[in-house]
Design a protein around this ligand. Structure first.
Ligand SMILES: C[S@@+](CC[C@H](N)C(=O)[O-])C[C@H]1O[C@@H](n2cnc3c(N)ncnc32)[C@H](O)[C@@H]1O
Length: 216
């Protein structure tokens, strides 16, 4: 766990450039965010938000009257997210340094409210983050506990490619190893279990798995 934290500390300044965002991972976040049921003014929680690569798309959907709450364990990744928000003049971003597997939902809700947000978020997502957390089930439970009833939820994560794309399996495994992700974790199964009206999608030969649904 410490090794992964160190990895993100070191790669934070170059993460956006080196994370294969454009050829591979952007496709998943685009589908995930487009499938979220977002409205102007909504508050959306981004668990393991990293450098804030989701923020632009989220901001487009919820507008400047909405609120983005980014939670991440890495102060260095959050510093990049803070820089991005300030460069883009997004005044509606609240960033909280916390371990999603160990936080106390009530304390985080209070912290959000103290920073001008609302205790419960109308939407929540985790992109390429849960599979990095050994105890991702607890992170998912915490995500639910910070969301309002019938909140729109999304999990975007990785698995081994399928069909003819199995040829790309070594590449997919290497990318996950590099980021510290467990390619066999399949954290979207928790959303399938706990949410209603689940919409499944995939991209990049099945490597990217996207699930959206509503908190029951
Ligand atoms: C691969 S990056 C993904 C970042 C972002 N969600 C994206 O789509 O670009 C994974 C992020 O999860 C964060 N992370 C890993 N374990 C965490 C934990 N237990 N609690 C909160 N954040 C965590 C890392 O610091 C890193 O910023």
């Amino acid at each position: 766990m410490i090794l992964i934290a160190e990895k993100y500390r070191r790669c934070a300044p170059s993460y956006d450039l080196l994370s294969a965002e454009w050829p591979v991972y952007r496709a998943g976040r685009k589908i995930g965010i487009n499938s979220l049921d977002l409205h102007p003014g909504d508050q959306v929680l981004d668990i393991g938000c990293g450098t804030g690569l989701n923020f632009g798309r989220l901001h487009q959907r919820i507008g400047s009257e909405g609120i983005i709450v980014g939670i991440d364990r890495s102060p260095d990744m959050l510093a990049q997210a803070r820089r991005k928000a300030s460069r883009k003049k997004w005044a509606n971003v609240i960033l909280i340094e916390a371990d999603a597997t160990m936080l106390t939902p009530a304390a985080i809700r209070a912290s959000i409210a103290a920073q001008g947000g609302r205790e419960y978020s109308e939407a929540a997502l985790a992109t390429y983050a849960l599979s990095i957390m050994a105890d991702w089930e607890t992170a998912w439970t915490n995500m639910i506990r910070m969301s309002s009833p019938r909140a729109s939820m999304a999990v975007v994560d990785m698995q081994e490619p399928t069909g003819i794309f199995v040829l790309a399996t070594p590449l997919a495994r290497a990318a996950c190893r590099l980021g510290g992700a467990d390619i066999t974790a399949h954290p979207w199964t928790a959303l399938e279990r706990d949410c209603a009206d689940v919409q499944p999608a995939s991209a990049r030969g099945g490597h990217l798995q996207i699930r959206t649904g509503y908190r029951r």
